[in-house]
Design a protein around this ligand. Structure first.
Ligand code: COA
Length: 387
């Protein structure tokens, strides 16, 4: 029944937050919120973090299987080539305000990229997979280049021969990262690459369902990712750690936030009712990096925050999520905190694209309803008669 058939006296059940609403079948990603497991195409995230690379994981998400040697070499080369973004997009980055939020810059730049897409007319799944790889490459360069520009530093040209994580770190910092830093970056990109029908993937899917183009769906996803209840939580969580400063102040901080019925960023999840497996991996890495850096204080602050939140909110099933320790990991890698959500987007583009391509296999426009509770007999008053 269309809207016209409804009357305002119907009182439907409202699914605020869309909990327990399924919009498609998927074979991309499974989140087991009870046992704390995450699978990409059936593979456990812990195995992928131990053994895979971002290139391999992106191929897995987009093509549905692990690549053979030749396919892996191809996606590495394609991603490397795609890091060379169109000069017009780089020029536009130079014109953006130097104090703009990196996520705003990214959203705008990806929108521009869509207009420089050479094969705009081809919407086949294979063309979209190729387009997704091009977007993955370009997004990394955009994030790095904007940071260099706003810092007044010279741009570092992408090197197509390098692995994606390695080249990204080099393009941001201007120095060649060590093997262990590159591995940490690679693992971070793997951990963020997909997470089922979360808010940004849903935003991408809504845009996709109208048969919009792939790049537009990624723009919609970036817009949704930005908020602090979603990807923006990384920065908010890290800023809280910096604000707390000392491990001895951490417990009081948490109790104060909870006492005011506030939220501690980096905790809680719609699906996980236990530890997010990605948070546990990031926690271990953050601990190792903090020890290697001889700078353990922020890590200790994080651990006290974590212990306090879990102790206080266990009954509500609130545990650390992926965004709690990842900001610390980026910090120890020498990356500025406000790039964190854009780095998340740089990786998640793989998952967004995979879900959109999957949705298009059996597309139906997403068009929910809202229950009208406003007036039904308002009398139009001419402007001159209004007080
Ligand atoms: C992720 C999140 C948006 C999920 O939201 P949700 O499924 O709608 O859950 P709710 O916000 O309704 O939370 C359920 C209960 O747990 C509490 N809660 C949830 N997350 C909390 C947090 N981070 N800190 C303190 N309390 C929290 C809520 O206050 C609520 O308590 P109540 O039932 O007494 O009102 C939510 O946990 C949150 O805002 N977390 C902080 C932001 C964040 O880290 N986002 C990244 C997600 S990966």
């Amino acid at each position: 029944m269309g809207d016209a058939g409804r009357t305002v006296v119907d009182v439907p059940r409202i699914d605020k937050g869309l909990d327990n609403v399924y919009v498609k079948e998927t074979s991309i990603c499974f989140v087991d919120g009870v046992r704390g497991r995450l699978l990409y195409r059936g593979y456990d995230i812990r195995d992928l973090a131990d053994h895979s690379s971002f290139e391999e994981t992106a191929f897995l998400l987009l093509w549905g299987r692990l690549p053979n040697r030749e396919e892996l070499a191809r996606i590495r080369a394609d991603l490397g080539a795609a890091r060379a973004v169109p000069p017009a997009v780089l020029a536009s980055l130079r014109r953006m305000p130097k104090d703009a939020a990196p996520m705003d810059v990214l959203r705008t730049a990806v929108s521009l990229l869509g207009m420089h897409d050479g094969d705009r007319g081809d919407a086949s799944p294979e063309a979209n997979r190729r387009r997704a790889v091009r977007l993955l490459g370009s997004v990394a360069t955009i994030v790095a280049a904007y940071h260099r520009i706003r810092s007044g530093a010279r741009l570092v040209k992408p090197d197509p021969a390098r692995a994606h994580a390695d080249d990204f770190l080099r393009m941001v910092t201007g120095t060649r990262p060590g093997a262990s830093q590159t591995r940490v970056m690679d693992v971070a990109l793997i951990l963020y690459a997909d997470h089922s029908m979360n808010a940004s993937t849903f935003a991408a899917t809504v845009a996709a369902s109208t048969l919009s183009d792939l790049t537009s769906t990624i723009v919609a996803a970036i817009a949704a990712l930005k908020g602090p209840l979603h990807g923006g939580a990384i920065e908010a969580a890290f800023e809280a750690l910096r604000f707390i400063g000392r491990p001895e102040a951490a417990e009081a901080y948490v109790l104060d936030v909870l006492g005011r019925h506030g939220k501690v960023f980096g905790f809680g999840h719609r699906v996980y009712k236990t530890y997010d497996p990605r948070a546990l991996i990031f926690q271990r890495i953050a601990k190792e990096l903090s020890e290697a850096a001889g700078d353990p204080d922020l890590y200790r602050v994080a651990d006290v925050v974590q212990e306090t939140v879990v102790r206080e909110l266990r009954a509500k099933h609130i545990f650390p999520n992926v965004d709690f320790y990842s900001g610390l990991v980026f910090h120890y890698l020498g990356l500025p905190p406000d790039l964190a959500t854009a780095i998340f987007a740089m990786s998640r583009t793989a998952g967004w694209a995979a879900h959109v391509i999957e949705y298009w296999e059996d597309n139906r426009i997403l068009r929910p309803l809202d229950h009208y509770v406003g007036p039904t007999d308002a009398l139009y008053v001419p402007l001159e008669d209004r007080s």
